[in-house]
Design a protein around this ligand. Structure first.
Ligand code: MLT
Length: 409
């Protein structure tokens, strides 16, 4: 017997579907110069400091005295220490080494984390939402089937985000156990202020639930009052797990390296109302199912925290954020309503003439040879919206905006 819950999944994974449609179009139009601003995949090379560190690490692997076999599953201390100092201490946040778990990507971590919670846990997600949070809970049997009329899984609690609430959801009105939050948000590019995030932390403390905080895009924050880490909020160590990634920050989408912070204060309820350490459960899961990120990759990631690495990473981010500004301004000039793109590499736009997201996808592909991401792929609240990424090259971004400006709607 197969895991029956996989059969509850709707369609294929969003970005695979987009890639399939793009390939089909290119087969039919081999001369089309298609520009991809769909999946948030980086296009600039790795920072020089990272490359140099990895070359050195390859040499280490040749020499028997510095050769590394299996490393610690949680990550080498040279990287964990750099993370703690570079990302947390400098913001006044205390973490210890055994609260950080280095992994091969936030997609895996946000997908795997649900394994340590009971099958009857009630999961809340924002809508629109990064589909991995939902799909992995469906696979685990927490969805209760799909309601075709509503276009939603029956047992998942959806927190609606729309232009009316500035894409910031209200607190759940029913009992939930796990809340996935992503800020800066994928796909809308919107953020919460510290006070707004505090409301969620206080809610989680009062209601005995856990926040799974995806902070993969924190490096793109440009505004002052936007928290980079949920642990900037008092009390968050009792109720939040944080996911961070080097993918977008330093061009690591093809390298694979990320980390998850699981504070030791976090407790989950076990049978008999015993409280158990979430950190210990995650550690057990991680060490059983994962053998660590390669030494060479971790050396590369640690180089991000050197002064050269920091300067080069900053340059990369500024490059992409200049693209974001160009997309935002260009779209606004021709009358689009746009969100995001200020503290995030994503621009979320309202489709013209209330076109459905997929109709706009087909229209843009056919008329301008541009691939984006249909908002509805992130949830029903995303219908009528569309996401463009700023991760393209400058030239492609300029060209894409020029093409859009020429369209008539
Ligand atoms: C996205 O486009 O939403 C992201 O690239 C997907 C991911 O990080 O897995």
């Amino acid at each position: 017997m197969v895991n029956q819950h996989f059969l509850e999944l709707q369609g294929s994974y969003l970005f695979s579907e987009i890639a399939k449609r793009r390939s089909k179009y290119m087969e039919q139009h081999p001369d089309a110069n298609v520009i991809s601003l769909g999946i948030g995949d980086v296009t600039r090379g790795l920072p020089q400091a990272v490359i140099e560190a990895m070359h050195q690490a390859v040499d280490d692997m040749v020499n028997p005295s510095s050769f590394r076999g299996y490393g610690p599953e949680q990550g080498y201390s040279f990287l964990v220490d750099a993370i703690i100092t570079g990302d947390y201490h400098r913001r006044g946040i205390e973490l210890s080494n055994d609260e950080v778990f280095v992994s091969d990507g936030s997609k895996c971590d946000v997908g795997n984390i649900q394994e340590i919670f009971s099958q009857d846990s009630i999961v809340a997600v924002q809508d629109p939402v990064y589909p991995v949070y939902v799909d992995t809970n469906v696979m685990a049997g927490r969805a209760g089937g799909f309601d075709t009329a509503l276009g939603r899984y029956k047992n998942i609690v959806y927190l609606d985000c729309s232009a009316d609430n500035d894409f910031k959801p209200a607190l759940p009105t029913e009992r939930v156990d796990l809340i996935y939050l992503c800020y800066p948000n994928n796909p809308t590019g919107m953020t919460l202020t510290k006070d707004e995030l505090k409301v969620w932390v206080d809610y989680a403390i009062e209601n005995d639930c856990l926040i799974l905080f995806d902070s993969a895009y924190e490096a793109f924050i440009t505004e002052e009052d936007v928290p980079h880490s949920i642990y900037e909020i008092e009390g968050a160590r009792q109720v939040a797990i944080e996911f961070r990634s080097f993918s977008k920050t330093a061009g690591f989408t093809g390298m694979r390296c990320a980390y998850t912070v699981v504070p030791k204060e976090l407790r989950g309820r076990a049978s008999g109302d015993n409280l158990v350490s979430i950190n210990e459960l995650w550690n057990r899961r991680h060490t059983t199912k994962f053998n660590g990120v390669s030494y060479v990759t971790q050396k590369g990631a640690a180089a991000i925290y050197t002064p050269e690495g920091q300067a080069q990473t900053k340059e990369l981010i500024e490059y992409y954020m200049a693209n974001a500004a160009m997309i935002r301004d260009g779209l606004q000039e021709v009358g689009f309503t746009v969100y995001g793109g200020v503290n995030a590499p994503y621009i979320w736009l309202k489709t013209p003439n209330n076109m459905s997201s997929w109709d706009f996808f087909d229209f843009l592909l056919k008329e301008a040879n541009i691939v984006g991401t249909p908002g509805v792929g992130f949830g029903t609240c995303g219908d009528g919206y569309f996401r463009l990424t700023s991760f393209g090259s400058r030239e492609n971004t300029e060209q894409a905006i020029a093409r859009i400006k020429k369209l008539s709607f």
